[in-house]
Design a protein around this ligand. Sequence first.
Ligand SMILES: Nc1ncnc2c1ncn2[C@@H]1O[C@H](COP(=O)(O)OP(=O)(O)OP(=O)(O)O)[C@@H](O)[C@H]1O
Ligand SMILES: N[C@@H](Cc1ccc(O)cc1)C(=O)O
Length: 459
Amino acid sequence: MAAPIVHALRSLSRLYRPHSRGLSRLSEPLESGSRRGLFKDVFPAESGPLQLPELLSSGPQTVYCGFDPTADSLHVGNLLAVIGLLHFQRAGHDVIAVVGGATAQIGDPSGRSREREPLSPERVEENVRSIRDSLQRLFSQQEASAGGRVTVLDNAAWYRRRSVVEFLASVGRHFRMGTLLGRHSVQSRLSAPEGMSLAEFTYQVFQAYDFYYLHQKHGCKIQLGGTDQLGNLMSGHDFIQRTTGEAVFGITIPLITSTSGDKLGKTAGNAVWLNRDRTSPFEFYQYFVRQPDGNVERFLKLLTFLPLPEIAHIMDQHAKEPEKRIPHKRLAAEVTKLVHGKEGLESAKRCTRALYHSSIDALAAMSDQELQELFQEAPFFELVLEPGTRVLDACLRASAIPEGPRGFDILSSGGVSFNLMRVTNPDEILVVGQHILTNGLSLIKVGKRNFYIVKWLQL
Ligand SMILES: Nc1ncnc2c1ncn2[C@@H]1O[C@H](COP(=O)(O)OP(=O)(O)OP(=O)(O)O)[C@@H](O)[C@H]1O
Ligand SMILES: N[C@@H](Cc1ccc(O)cc1)C(=O)O
């Protein structure tokens, strides 16, 4: 049986006291990550915390983390794991992000009370494509000047060539049932009424094999994962040690939770997505601006690369002028830039100015996509602009008001605005620069929250 978890883990925060000296640039991410609260525990404990900094100092290592494509986008919880990889990559280590095209079809039971709905191979393939793109975008958005290599791999690639019989005979024989059964992810499910399927039970063997495969092919000796992944990290460690005798390590990162304490992610249905078509840069930015005061320092440490003294300075400013929400805005700006790039951050700020500060200039600078993202539920129309089109005609053509006297009344009583400016004369002719923005758009608002977007096409 594997050693009980309490003895098998070592908390990195106890290892790195505030004034301990770093070993070298290569081992620095472990130390700074632990100070930031990003790296929580290391496995195995007995030799791990002592050997791991030495291993890192001895030369560039390969560090990996896996992401199951059970949706077509990553989310903010996964971002923490990506940031963990980036800390290593920036220090000069090579990193591998594995997209679990194979493992997503099995379904990781870790942290779940029920089995996942099966996904068709076609759906998984689509998700793999989207997540691979997203990971590549995230990594390429970094200043690539220094740092190690980044590779994105799909684990379906190394299972495609294997038969079940051969896999069980060569890999399965190295796993002890007692150890597998003892894992928390298995125990918690076995005691639940629905139990656990054989497929889910074998999940940890596949993740362990991934680690082994990357160890053999890429010299990978370190795997990162959320604390929910601990059992899977241990299985990989045990398998590699048993078959190669080499020392490998697992490092856990803390789980980001919602204000109600649930793990932020797909299962809880509270994910904040990294793909723009699921969560727009504006919503993403606002999610961080709205964080409660109690979260913001921790998130600055976890989700940004700002040096700790700078974060301390930002928090001092906050203590003096809390109404300015300086750390919240800085957090939102840094994370939005990391995920959506400079352009995404500008878009988020433009949308914020347009919506919360009624800025016509910001509205005029917005693209069709931004407007649609901002007013997600708003119907979008492409209409031909005929000479002499009146405010009333525009409202009717966009179905913003009902036909007949009721629509006329809504307009003349001031219930309608064009580009955030109220109109009261139904016969007013549309003017470019006023009713129609220089980008050819009109944002028609009826009542408090009904928006209609018109893109005017010239004849
Ligand atoms: N809220 C979170 N905080 C920190 N890490 C997370 C969070 N959610 C996922 N991770 C980590 O991201 C990595 C990839 O997770 P993956 O996408 O496979 O599953 P997931 O998002 O946890 O999905 P599900 O919610 O369906 O279980 C894992 O190491 C996982 O622990
Ligand atoms: N099991 C991980 C994802 C993963 C997949 C394959 C791996 O090799 C590693 C990790 C999760 O669900 O969060």
